[in-house]
Design a protein around this ligand. Structure first.
Ligand code: COA
Length: 204
């Protein structure tokens, strides 16, 4: 996995490419099937960061093996309802962040009651390599992700985030995702509570 010090990319013009204070030239693009293995490695590393200590290790491992494997990423890339974006630092290593949007009506009744804007697109995943936390990579990824979300039919976007994930909640709040409800789910022997957050994408 590549770290925060990277050589200048320059391999591909990108209107939103930026050089961040740490000197990391990060760019964002849509993922392709060729990115599946790198995304899977990044996802296995970052998924546990969003989980509470109560998540049983065996369920965590099963989720990584069956939902974050390369085959799953290849399916997401070709799914017309999904938008998979990745951030890379130009070193040719694995991605340093990724997001996934899914354009569909939420199946969870609590979420369906809570959100106000339809059609809606769920920001299902938002993960950045820990070496890039606080670097601006997440902000760049969010900027591209919101642009991609606005390019779908959706008028609003929602996400669920653990109420204990203070860092992610602060980040989402800064990017306009307001708390609109809660979502409860059972994992192992414990109940988990997610904050449901939503932001408008377009008013017209
Ligand atoms: C969530 C994530 C994408 C945000 O990226 P980031 O680079 O860490 O975000 P930033 O540093 O720009 O912003 C984080 C905010 O939390 C604050 N913060 C940092 N540590 C904190 C903590 N322990 N408690 C509360 N707030 C914290 C920062 O000061 C910053 O606040 P600000 O917006 O007022 O400046 C990234 O941390 C991540 O990938 N985390 C692991 C995976 C995850 O939890 N994903 C979300 C799943 S729903």
């Amino acid at each position: 996995m590549s770290g925060p010090v990277a050589r200048t990319s320059g391999s591909r013009p990108d209107r939103l490419a930026r050089r961040y204070p740490a000197g990391v030239p990060v760019t964002v693009r849509r993922a392709t099937e060729a990115d599946a293995a790198g995304l899977s490695r990044l996802a296995a590393l970052t998924f546990p960061l969003a989980c509470t200590p109560r998540n049983p290790a065996d369920l965590l491992a099963a989720h990584i093996a069956t939902r974050l494997d390369p085959a799953s990423f290849r399916r997401h890339v070709v799914d017309p309802a999904c938008t998979l974006l990745l951030a890379e630092d130009g070193t040719g290593g694995d991605p340093v962040g990724y997001t996934m949007l899914v354009l569909e009506e939420p199946s969870d009744p609590d979420v369906a009651r809570a959100i106000r804007h339809r059609p809606t697109v769920e920001l299902v995943r938002f993960y950045v390599h820990p070496e890039h936390h606080g670097s601006g990579t997440a902000g760049l990824l969010m900027e591209h992700t919101l642009t991609a979300a606005a390019g779908t039919a959706a008028r609003g976007s929602w996400l669920g985030v653990s109420e204990e994930n203070a860092r992610a909640n602060a980040f989402y709040a800064r990017h306009g995702f307001e708390p609109v409800g809660r979502k409860r789910f059972h994992i192992g022997d414990a109940w988990e509570d997610d904050v449901v957050r939503e932001r408008v994408l377009r008013t017209s």
